[in-house]
Write a protein that binds this ligand. Structure first.
Ligand code: UDP
Ligand code: MG
Length: 318
Protein backbone atom coordinates (compact mmCIF):
# COMPACT_ATOMS: atom_id res chain seq x y z
CA UNK A 1 0.00 0.00 0.00
CA UNK A 2 1.22 3.47 -0.82
CA UNK A 3 2.62 5.54 2.02
CA UNK A 4 1.88 9.22 2.56
CA UNK A 5 4.51 11.22 4.46
CA UNK A 6 3.44 14.50 5.96
CA UNK A 7 6.23 16.99 6.60
CA UNK A 8 5.52 19.58 9.29
CA UNK A 9 8.07 22.31 9.94
CA UNK A 10 7.63 23.68 13.46
CA UNK A 11 9.22 26.66 15.12
CA UNK A 12 8.22 27.27 18.74
CA UNK A 13 5.01 25.32 18.31
CA UNK A 14 4.90 23.30 21.54
CA UNK A 15 1.20 24.04 21.91
CA UNK A 16 0.36 22.70 18.47
CA UNK A 17 2.26 19.41 18.18
CA UNK A 18 0.00 17.16 20.26
CA UNK A 19 -3.22 18.54 18.81
CA UNK A 20 -1.98 18.50 15.19
CA UNK A 21 -0.70 14.92 15.52
CA UNK A 22 -4.01 13.81 16.93
CA UNK A 23 -6.12 15.56 14.30
CA UNK A 24 -4.01 14.24 11.43
CA UNK A 25 -3.77 10.70 12.78
CA UNK A 26 -7.52 10.47 13.26
CA UNK A 27 -8.30 11.91 9.86
CA UNK A 28 -5.87 9.65 7.99
CA UNK A 29 -6.94 6.53 9.83
CA UNK A 30 -10.58 7.32 9.10
CA UNK A 31 -9.77 7.62 5.43
CA UNK A 32 -7.67 4.48 5.41
CA UNK A 33 -4.49 6.26 4.29
CA UNK A 34 -1.18 4.69 5.28
CA UNK A 35 0.81 7.59 6.71
CA UNK A 36 3.77 8.87 8.66
CA UNK A 37 4.22 12.31 10.22
CA UNK A 38 7.64 13.95 10.09
CA UNK A 39 8.02 16.94 12.40
CA UNK A 40 11.06 19.16 12.00
CA UNK A 41 11.65 21.48 14.92
CA UNK A 42 13.47 24.47 13.45
CA UNK A 43 15.72 25.26 16.41
CA UNK A 44 12.74 25.96 18.65
CA UNK A 45 13.41 27.63 21.97
CA UNK A 46 10.41 26.14 23.70
CA UNK A 47 9.45 22.54 24.35
CA UNK A 48 8.59 21.72 20.72
CA UNK A 49 11.06 18.86 20.38
CA UNK A 50 9.99 17.37 23.71
CA UNK A 51 6.41 17.39 22.43
CA UNK A 52 7.48 15.71 19.19
CA UNK A 53 9.30 13.05 21.19
CA UNK A 54 6.23 12.48 23.31
CA UNK A 55 4.03 12.18 20.22
CA UNK A 56 6.53 9.73 18.69
CA UNK A 57 6.39 7.54 21.79
CA UNK A 58 2.62 7.45 21.62
CA UNK A 59 2.40 6.84 17.88
CA UNK A 60 5.23 5.00 16.06
CA UNK A 61 4.13 6.64 12.79
CA UNK A 62 5.40 9.94 14.10
CA UNK A 63 9.08 10.82 13.75
CA UNK A 64 10.98 14.01 14.13
CA UNK A 65 14.23 15.91 14.25
CA UNK A 66 15.53 19.06 15.84
CA UNK A 67 17.83 21.61 14.18
CA UNK A 68 20.82 22.94 16.08
CA UNK A 69 19.45 26.47 15.56
CA UNK A 70 16.74 28.27 13.59
CA UNK A 71 17.49 27.66 9.91
CA UNK A 72 14.14 28.89 8.57
CA UNK A 73 11.07 27.18 7.23
CA UNK A 74 12.66 26.35 3.85
CA UNK A 75 15.37 24.33 5.58
CA UNK A 76 12.71 22.63 7.69
CA UNK A 77 10.80 21.61 4.59
CA UNK A 78 13.89 20.21 2.91
CA UNK A 79 14.98 18.28 5.99
CA UNK A 80 11.48 16.81 6.13
CA UNK A 81 11.59 15.84 2.46
CA UNK A 82 14.95 14.18 3.04
CA UNK A 83 13.62 12.22 5.99
CA UNK A 84 10.27 11.25 4.47
CA UNK A 85 9.95 7.70 3.22
CA UNK A 86 6.58 8.04 1.50
CA UNK A 87 5.55 7.43 -2.10
CA UNK A 88 3.94 10.84 -1.85
CA UNK A 89 5.02 13.63 0.48
CA UNK A 90 2.74 16.36 1.73
CA UNK A 91 4.12 19.57 3.22
CA UNK A 92 1.91 21.58 5.54
CA UNK A 93 2.14 24.05 8.44
CA UNK A 94 1.83 22.49 11.85
CA UNK A 95 -0.56 25.20 13.12
CA UNK A 96 -3.44 23.63 11.15
CA UNK A 97 -3.89 26.77 9.05
CA UNK A 98 -3.73 24.42 6.11
CA UNK A 99 -6.98 22.50 6.62
CA UNK A 100 -6.33 18.75 7.00
CA UNK A 101 -9.80 18.07 5.60
CA UNK A 102 -8.53 18.56 2.04
CA UNK A 103 -5.77 15.95 2.43
CA UNK A 104 -7.97 13.04 1.28
CA UNK A 105 -8.86 15.04 -1.85
CA UNK A 106 -5.16 15.71 -2.55
CA UNK A 107 -4.37 12.05 -1.96
CA UNK A 108 -7.12 11.06 -4.40
CA UNK A 109 -5.70 13.35 -7.08
CA UNK A 110 -2.26 11.84 -6.55
CA UNK A 111 -3.70 8.35 -6.89
CA UNK A 112 -5.36 9.47 -10.11
CA UNK A 113 -1.96 10.39 -11.53
CA UNK A 114 -1.15 13.94 -10.46
CA UNK A 115 2.53 14.37 -9.60
CA UNK A 116 2.16 17.69 -7.81
CA UNK A 117 -1.02 18.70 -6.02
CA UNK A 118 -0.92 22.39 -5.16
CA UNK A 119 -3.00 23.87 -2.40
CA UNK A 120 -4.45 27.16 -3.62
CA UNK A 121 -5.67 29.65 -1.03
CA UNK A 122 -9.14 30.98 -1.61
CA UNK A 123 -8.95 33.28 1.40
CA UNK A 124 -6.26 34.31 3.84
CA UNK A 125 -8.28 33.74 7.00
CA UNK A 126 -8.28 36.12 9.92
CA UNK A 127 -5.02 37.99 10.29
CA UNK A 128 -3.96 41.29 11.79
CA UNK A 129 -4.01 44.31 9.47
CA UNK A 130 -0.23 44.69 9.75
CA UNK A 131 0.38 41.10 8.82
CA UNK A 132 -2.06 41.31 5.93
CA UNK A 133 -0.30 44.39 4.57
CA UNK A 134 3.21 42.97 4.84
CA UNK A 135 2.14 39.61 3.46
CA UNK A 136 0.32 41.45 0.63
CA UNK A 137 3.45 43.44 -0.21
CA UNK A 138 5.53 40.27 -0.01
CA UNK A 139 3.35 38.42 -2.50
CA UNK A 140 3.15 41.41 -4.83
CA UNK A 141 6.96 41.69 -5.02
CA UNK A 142 7.39 37.95 -5.38
CA UNK A 143 4.78 37.63 -8.13
CA UNK A 144 6.32 40.49 -10.06
CA UNK A 145 9.82 39.08 -9.90
CA UNK A 146 9.09 35.44 -10.45
CA UNK A 147 6.46 36.07 -13.12
CA UNK A 148 4.09 33.63 -11.47
CA UNK A 149 1.02 34.46 -9.47
CA UNK A 150 2.24 33.76 -5.98
CA UNK A 151 -0.67 35.33 -4.16
CA UNK A 152 -2.74 32.18 -4.07
CA UNK A 153 0.09 29.66 -3.81
CA UNK A 154 1.41 28.30 -0.55
CA UNK A 155 3.71 25.68 0.87
CA UNK A 156 0.72 23.36 1.21
CA UNK A 157 1.57 20.80 -1.46
CA UNK A 158 1.60 17.12 -2.11
CA UNK A 159 4.53 15.86 -4.16
CA UNK A 160 5.12 12.54 -5.82
CA UNK A 161 8.32 10.66 -4.87
CA UNK A 162 9.76 11.55 -8.32
CA UNK A 163 9.35 15.26 -7.64
CA UNK A 164 10.77 14.95 -4.13
CA UNK A 165 13.85 13.22 -5.51
CA UNK A 166 14.31 15.94 -8.11
CA UNK A 167 14.07 18.65 -5.43
CA UNK A 168 16.49 16.82 -3.15
CA UNK A 169 18.93 16.46 -6.04
CA UNK A 170 19.10 20.19 -6.72
CA UNK A 171 22.58 21.45 -5.86
CA UNK A 172 21.55 24.91 -4.72
CA UNK A 173 21.44 26.00 -1.07
CA UNK A 174 19.08 28.93 -1.43
CA UNK A 175 15.85 27.22 -2.22
CA UNK A 176 12.34 28.56 -2.62
CA UNK A 177 10.13 25.52 -2.23
CA UNK A 178 6.92 27.11 -3.43
CA UNK A 179 8.30 28.18 -6.77
CA UNK A 180 10.65 25.22 -7.20
CA UNK A 181 7.90 22.64 -7.23
CA UNK A 182 6.28 24.71 -9.98
CA UNK A 183 9.60 24.99 -11.78
CA UNK A 184 10.09 21.20 -11.89
CA UNK A 185 7.08 21.20 -14.20
CA UNK A 186 5.47 17.86 -13.39
CA UNK A 187 1.80 17.16 -13.96
CA UNK A 188 0.08 19.51 -11.54
CA UNK A 189 -3.41 19.51 -10.14
CA UNK A 190 -4.81 22.05 -7.71
CA UNK A 191 -6.98 21.91 -4.65
CA UNK A 192 -8.64 25.02 -3.23
CA UNK A 193 -8.72 25.62 0.47
CA UNK A 194 -9.70 28.31 2.92
CA UNK A 195 -6.87 29.36 5.23
CA UNK A 196 -7.91 28.52 8.77
CA UNK A 197 -7.25 30.40 11.93
CA UNK A 198 -4.08 29.47 13.73
CA UNK A 199 -4.79 26.92 16.48
CA UNK A 200 -2.38 28.15 19.15
CA UNK A 201 0.41 30.72 19.44
CA UNK A 202 1.05 33.42 16.90
CA UNK A 203 2.55 33.84 13.43
CA UNK A 204 6.31 33.44 13.33
CA UNK A 205 6.82 35.99 10.56
CA UNK A 206 7.54 39.61 11.28
CA UNK A 207 7.48 42.36 8.66
CA UNK A 208 11.27 42.25 8.36
CA UNK A 209 11.53 38.50 8.19
CA UNK A 210 9.01 38.55 5.34
CA UNK A 211 10.94 41.26 3.51
CA UNK A 212 14.19 39.36 3.94
CA UNK A 213 12.48 36.23 2.70
CA UNK A 214 11.14 38.14 -0.33
CA UNK A 215 14.55 39.52 -1.26
CA UNK A 216 16.31 36.21 -0.78
CA UNK A 217 13.68 34.37 -2.82
CA UNK A 218 13.73 37.00 -5.52
CA UNK A 219 17.49 36.87 -5.90
CA UNK A 220 17.58 33.10 -5.78
CA UNK A 221 14.80 32.71 -8.30
CA UNK A 222 14.93 35.67 -10.65
CA UNK A 223 17.52 37.75 -12.45
CA UNK A 224 15.02 40.50 -13.16
CA UNK A 225 16.55 42.91 -10.59
CA UNK A 226 19.85 42.64 -12.47
CA UNK A 227 18.10 43.62 -15.69
CA UNK A 228 16.69 46.57 -13.79
CA UNK A 229 20.26 47.85 -13.57
CA UNK A 230 20.38 47.88 -17.37
CA UNK A 231 17.08 49.73 -17.52
CA UNK A 232 18.35 52.37 -15.11
CA UNK A 233 21.48 52.72 -17.23
CA UNK A 234 19.37 53.19 -20.37
CA UNK A 235 17.28 55.87 -18.66
CA UNK A 236 20.42 57.72 -17.57
CA UNK A 237 21.86 57.60 -21.10
CA UNK A 238 18.64 58.92 -22.62
CA UNK A 239 18.56 61.69 -20.08
CA UNK A 240 22.20 62.58 -20.64
CA UNK A 241 21.69 62.67 -24.43
CA UNK A 242 18.97 65.28 -24.08
CA UNK A 243 21.11 67.33 -21.74
CA UNK A 244 24.18 66.95 -23.97
CA UNK A 245 22.31 68.33 -26.98
CA UNK A 246 20.95 71.21 -24.95
CA UNK A 247 24.38 71.99 -23.53
CA UNK A 248 26.05 71.90 -26.94
CA UNK A 249 23.41 74.06 -28.59
CA UNK A 250 23.68 76.64 -25.84
CA UNK A 251 27.47 76.56 -26.07
CA UNK A 252 27.43 77.05 -29.85
CA UNK A 253 24.99 79.88 -29.57
CA UNK A 254 27.54 81.44 -27.23
CA UNK A 255 25.27 81.22 -24.28
CA UNK A 256 26.86 78.64 -21.93
CA UNK A 257 24.63 76.72 -19.51
CA UNK A 258 24.18 78.42 -16.21
CA UNK A 259 22.99 75.05 -14.86
CA UNK A 260 24.25 74.67 -11.29
CA UNK A 261 20.89 73.09 -10.47
CA UNK A 262 21.30 70.70 -13.38
CA UNK A 263 24.68 69.59 -12.10
CA UNK A 264 23.39 68.93 -8.61
CA UNK A 265 20.37 67.02 -9.95
CA UNK A 266 22.55 64.96 -12.26
CA UNK A 267 24.93 64.02 -9.47
CA UNK A 268 22.03 63.00 -7.25
CA UNK A 269 20.27 60.96 -9.93
CA UNK A 270 23.36 59.22 -11.21
CA UNK A 271 24.63 58.64 -7.68
CA UNK A 272 21.30 57.13 -6.71
CA UNK A 273 21.18 54.84 -9.73
CA UNK A 274 24.76 53.73 -9.20
CA UNK A 275 24.31 52.88 -5.57
CA UNK A 276 21.04 51.08 -6.18
CA UNK A 277 22.70 49.07 -8.95
CA UNK A 278 25.63 48.19 -6.72
CA UNK A 279 23.20 47.10 -4.03
CA UNK A 280 21.34 44.83 -6.43
CA UNK A 281 24.56 43.34 -7.76
CA UNK A 282 25.74 42.98 -4.16
CA UNK A 283 22.73 40.85 -3.33
CA UNK A 284 23.52 38.48 -6.14
CA UNK A 285 27.19 38.31 -5.18
CA UNK A 286 26.12 37.48 -1.63
CA UNK A 287 23.98 34.65 -3.01
CA UNK A 288 26.84 33.38 -5.16
CA UNK A 289 29.15 33.56 -2.15
CA UNK A 290 26.74 31.54 -0.05
CA UNK A 291 26.30 28.93 -2.77
CA UNK A 292 30.04 28.64 -3.33
CA UNK A 293 30.71 28.06 0.35
CA UNK A 294 28.49 25.01 0.02
CA UNK A 295 27.48 24.87 3.65
CA UNK A 296 24.62 22.55 4.53
CA UNK A 297 21.08 23.92 4.48
CA UNK A 298 20.58 22.79 8.06
CA UNK A 299 22.25 20.94 10.91
CA UNK A 300 20.36 18.30 12.83
CA UNK A 301 21.16 18.11 16.52
CA UNK A 302 18.70 15.45 17.73
CA UNK A 303 16.22 12.98 16.33
CA UNK A 304 13.40 11.03 17.95
CA UNK A 305 14.34 7.54 19.09
CA UNK A 306 12.41 5.75 16.37
CA UNK A 307 14.60 7.24 13.62
CA UNK A 308 17.05 4.77 12.11
CA UNK A 309 20.76 5.49 12.38
CA UNK A 310 21.47 5.08 8.68
CA UNK A 311 18.89 7.72 7.81
CA UNK A 312 20.73 10.12 10.06
CA UNK A 313 23.93 9.27 8.18
CA UNK A 314 22.38 10.30 4.90
CA UNK A 315 21.22 13.63 6.35
CA UNK A 316 24.74 14.53 7.36
CA UNK A 317 25.74 14.46 3.71
CA UNK A 318 23.32 17.26 2.90
N1 UDP B 1 8.20 27.97 10.73
C1 UDP B 1 9.45 27.34 10.75
N2 UDP B 1 10.57 28.13 10.88
C2 UDP B 1 10.52 29.49 10.98
C3 UDP B 1 9.25 30.11 10.92
C4 UDP B 1 8.12 29.33 10.80
O1 UDP B 1 9.54 26.13 10.68
O2 UDP B 1 11.57 30.11 11.11
C5 UDP B 1 6.98 27.13 10.59
C6 UDP B 1 5.91 27.38 11.66
O3 UDP B 1 6.14 26.62 12.81
C7 UDP B 1 4.64 26.95 10.94
C8 UDP B 1 4.93 27.32 9.49
O4 UDP B 1 6.36 27.44 9.38
O5 UDP B 1 4.42 25.56 11.02
C9 UDP B 1 4.25 28.62 9.09
O6 UDP B 1 4.60 29.63 9.99
P1 UDP B 1 3.53 30.67 10.57
O7 UDP B 1 2.28 29.97 10.93
O8 UDP B 1 4.21 31.43 11.64
O9 UDP B 1 3.31 31.60 9.30
P2 UDP B 1 1.93 32.17 8.74
O10 UDP B 1 0.96 31.02 8.75
O11 UDP B 1 1.54 33.24 9.67
O12 UDP B 1 2.26 32.64 7.35
MG1 MG C 1 0.49 29.84 10.24
Amino acid sequence: MALLSIVLPAYNEEQNIANTSKVLAELLEENGIEYELVFISDGSRDGTFGQIQKAAEENPRIRGAEFSRNFGKEAGIFAGLEMAAGDAVLVMDCDLQHPPQVIPEMWKKWQDGAEVVEGIKSGRGKESVGHKLSAGLFYRIMSMLIKMDMRASSDFKLLDRKVVDVLLGLPERNTFFRALSFWTGFRTETVHYEVQERQFGESKWSFWSLMKYAISNATSFSTLPLQLVTVMGAISILFSLVLAVQTLVKFLVGDAVEGFTTVILLILIIGGFLMLSLGIIGHYIARIYEEVKGRPKYIISRVTENVQGEVLGSWRKV
